[in-house]
Ligand binder design. Sequence first.
Ligand code: FES
Length: 141
Amino acid sequence: MKTETTAITWFYACIADDVPENGGVCVKYNDDQVALFHFTRRGEWYATQNECPHRQQMALSRGMIGAQNDEPKVACPFHKKTFSLKTGECLNGDECSLKTYPVKVENGRVFIGVSIELKMVNSDKKIQECNARDDDSSKAA
Ligand code: FES
């Protein structure tokens, strides 16, 4: 029996001072681009995918950040679609949305959380497989 679950792993993104006040930077994680924002006026950090889902432009880290009814948001620099920095929801009413990531800052270093899938194999099955291999090797001898 195989069980799958997810966990968060934190990767080091950058030094906090490398992110402009009330602005963003693009951080690479494997083949993904993540937009990291320091909303200094609110004392908050956010991370989203860098790709705008409207026309697939890698541009959100260069977008303007602000608030709409107290909801922190980013506006894509291309066609000004806006997205919640908390949920990724498009605030213009479109279907598209952004993937968001948790952020933590420790000792002036910024970390972004990404989900990883854990696959666990039932230990009873492993024992059965080992026993089967032992049986096969004893037949060959
Ligand atoms: S590419 Fe971002 S709003 Fe169009």
